[in-house]
Design a protein around this ligand. Structure first.
Ligand code: ATP
Length: 308
């Protein structure tokens, strides 16, 4: 039976020596989504993906995958494809040998699919992995991960080293796999302005904590940008959870959480919906603000940033 959630964690923490990479993380990522995992450098994205892939153990709390499976268990390993940051495979091996390795190491293996993927892109099977371009290497890593016919695909910054065309090609293959197989995808990315076309669920990590988690449509419907006179901004900001408060002279811009409806403002105030890029950037700029399901996310702090 297909799992309802692909990553579940509560009270999750991971410590490297004396510093915490993740702390008190609570997440329940539903299956059937393309999830963008976003956060500044050092926010804990790689750590979270490594824990989900079973490559590291939590220091506190618990994390399960695919409806309660322990990461790293045979049942989880069979059903998860993982592409590590920089997708470092054996550079000296030809692509054909990497395919053979995958065939021997995995119980589920769809070689025909991998061959069709690579041949479709004109990637020579005899060429050593280390001699391929960055875009070709990324495609080989993706082909190997998809050949497992995974239920969950974890990708750590798959787009980082790719030019715009290679990014487009990579996402096209990924989204085809999502449409054809229903694979759930969690991918970390700094390419904030490209998320809108590819992901339908968002997780923002900030300082090792989950800052935002939710379906993109719900998040976009649940926020408004309010613009109005600074003289009234304190009054308006006192009525709604404010994510970002920018005072620019006589004019102020407040990004607020409204829970789906329009904000109850009128008169000299305008309101508009925001795009995903603006939403993500606002949360990244305000690490103390949060948008989470349940009580913790209900009342984000009002952070005020005065602009010159
Ligand atoms: P980036 O966007 O730069 O890839 P990230 O969000 O993936 O960052 P992580 O790589 O998970 O962040 O790192 C989170 C924190 O844990 C950082 O402070 C990092 O220095 C620390 N860290 C990660 N791996 C280790 C390790 N093996 N030993 C010690 N500290 C580590």
């Amino acid at each position: 039976m297909a799992a309802d959630t692909v990553i579940d964690c509560a009270g999750l923490g991971k410590r490297y020596r004396r510093s915490w990479a993740l702390r008190d993380c609570r997440l329940a990522v539903p299956a059937g989504h393309v999830v963008a995992l976003v956060g500044p450098n050092g926010a804990g994205k790689t750590t979270l993906l490594s824990l989900a892939a079973g490559l590291a153990l939590p220091s506190e709390g618990a994390l399960t995958v695919l409806g309660g499976q322990p990461p790293g268990s045979p049942r989880a390993l069979d059903r998860i494809g993982f592409v590590a940051q920089n997708a470092a495979l054996y550079p000296g091996l030809p692509v054909r040998d990497l395919l053979a390795m995958g065939r021997h190491l995995n119980r589920r293996w769809d070689e025909a699919r991998a061959l069709a993927h690579l041949e479709g892109l004109g990637i020579p099977l005899e060429r050593r992995y280390g001699r391929l371009s960055g875009g070709q290497q990324a495609q080989v890593s993706l082909a190997l991960a998809l050949a497992k016919r995974p239920e969950l695909l974890l990708l750590d910054e798959p787009l980082a080293a790719l030019d715009p065309l290679a990014r487009h090609d990579f996402m096209a293959v990924l989204l085809t796999a999502v449409a054809e197989d229903g694979v759930s995808v969690v991918f970390s990315s700094h390419a904030v302005n490209e998320l809108e076309q590819s992901c339908d669920y968002l997780v923002v990590l900030g300082g090792g904590r989950v800052q935002v988690a939710g379906e993109v449509d719900d998040l976009l419907a649940g926020h408004r940008m309010l613009t109005g006179p600074t003289a009234e901004a304190d009054r308006v900001a006192g009525q709604l959870p404010v994510v970002r408060d920018r005072r620019a002279g006589v004019q102020s811009h407040l990004l607020v959480r409204t829970g789906g409806a329009d904000a109850p403002v009128s008169g000299s105030w305008r309101q508009q919906r925001v795009g995903l890029t603006e939403l993500v950037l606002s949360y990244l700029r305000q690490p103390a603000a949060s948008a989470l399901p349940g009580p913790r996310g209900a009342v984000p702090p009002n952070e005020k940033v005065a602009l010159p």
